[in-house]
Ligand binder design. Structure first.
Ligand code: BYC
Length: 330
């Protein structure tokens, strides 16, 4: 079934005539807007695609803590430190809801973690770029969380119940994250000339990696057609990228910053901006493991996993002891 995941041309998505009766009934439920719940029958490919997408999403939240966690000790004020701490903690919470949603599909959190740590499963390309200055905290909140919201708001209507429900809370928190990032950018862009230069530099470095977050262009997207038929994805990668650009360009203008794209121009006919595509060879290189920080990120997650072993062992031993005492008392 997984092998049938197809090019977004639509080629390979089964027509109703080619489906089994069970598959047809399942597709009808999806088309009618019903939610699929963990105990319902589902095609193996639907389960596998969800485990891949939710698992990668969970990993992105956890790995996404690293570039911002890097700045907690260097936040410029106590207030900024408290806000950043809360944001980074929120990301851990998002990871937790998503791992729990994935577990309802029959995969354990340990299995998913092992696949992240071995490099078998992906996480978002964006977190393989370094955060070099405090302005990067602004750019990450504004652009990275902004792109995340653009992608995740439609996922609140995704067909798998536990995923859709997890998204509701995640989106609320992401909105706060995006606002805090924009607030940092406002301060920097309206600050001293040096601060404004830092804000512009952060925008220059994060613009194209943020556009890459939506995935390859539609013609190169492997999973879109089938995922959209199953309402695991609600929009194509290019649709969301366009919406993100249209929303973000006026925000950059308000900050008095320049989007690093000389071709950027409003197009009346399409009612949106024309813009330059990111360098897709860089994107594919980053998701293959060759980005500026891939090695560092995976090393940090592996170290955290190894360092936390005694806590997991202790909790397990305690749980086993309690379970044994309960059995003995019965
Ligand atoms: N990075 O067929 P396609 C966050 C892979 S966290 C890495 O279009 P799909 C946040 C893709 O997996 C943001 N890999 O795939 C956290 C596939 O490879 P595999 C994370 C990418 O799945 C903390 C191949 O390229 N959000 O917001 O239909 C702090 C072909 O692509 C990327 C989510 O995960 C990428 N950017 O569409 C702040 C949202 N793009 O798996 C913020 C849920 C593509 O066959 N996920 N690939 O080996 C999705 O909506 C979809 O999975 C994507 C990709 C739009 C990302």
């Amino acid at each position: 079934m997984y092998a049938q995941m197809v090019k977004s041309t639509g080629e390979g998505v089964k027509s109703p005539e080619d489906m089994t009766a069970e598959e047809r009934a399942f597709q009808e439920r999806i088309d009618a807007g019903e939610k699929i719940e963990p105990k319902d029958w589902m095609p193996a490919g639907y389960r596998k695609t969800l485990i891949r997408q939710i698992g990668q999403h969970a990993h992105s939240e956890i790995v996404g803590q690293l570039p911002e966690g890097n700045w907690i000790t260097r936040a410029p004020t106590l207030e900024r430190k408290a806000i950043l701490l809360a944001k980074v903690q929120d990301e851990a919470g998002h990871g937790l809801y998503l791992y729990c949603a994935a577990e309802t599909l029959g995969v354990s959190r340990d299995e998913l973690t092992e696949d992240l740590l071995s490099g078998k499963m992906k996480y978002s390309s964006i977190f393989n770029y370094p955060t070099l200055t405090w302005a990067d905290m602004g750019a990450v909140g504004w652009l990275v969380d902004g792109a995340a919201i653009m992608n995740q708001v439609p996922l609140q209507r995704t067909s798998f119940g536990p995923y859709a429900r997890a998204m509701v809370r995640i989106c609320k928190e992401e909105s706060f994250h995006q606002r805090q990032g924009y607030d940092i950018m406002m301060k920097m862009a309206n600050g001293t000339p040096a601060q404004k230069r830092m804000a512009q530099d952060a925008l220059n470095r994060f613009w194209y990696p943020s556009l890459m977050m939506f995935g390859p262009s539609d013609q190169d997207s492997v999973h879109s057609a089938q995922s959209m038929a199953w309402k695991i994805k609600m929009n194509t990668n290019d649709e969301l990228r366009q919406k993100f650009v249209d929303q973000t360009v006026p925000q950059a203008e308000y900050l008095g910053l320049t989007v690093p794209d000389e071709t950027l121009a409003w197009n009346d006919d399409k009612g949106g901006y024309d813009f330059a595509e990111p360098d897709w060879s860089e994107f594919f290189d980053v998701i293959k493991g060759n980005g500026p920080c891939n090695v560092e990120r995976l090393a940090a997650r592996n170290k955290a996993w190894d360092d936390g072993k005694w806590v997991r062992d202790g909790l397990l031993a305690h749980a086993e002891k309690r379970a044994a005492a309960k059995v003995a008392a019965e």
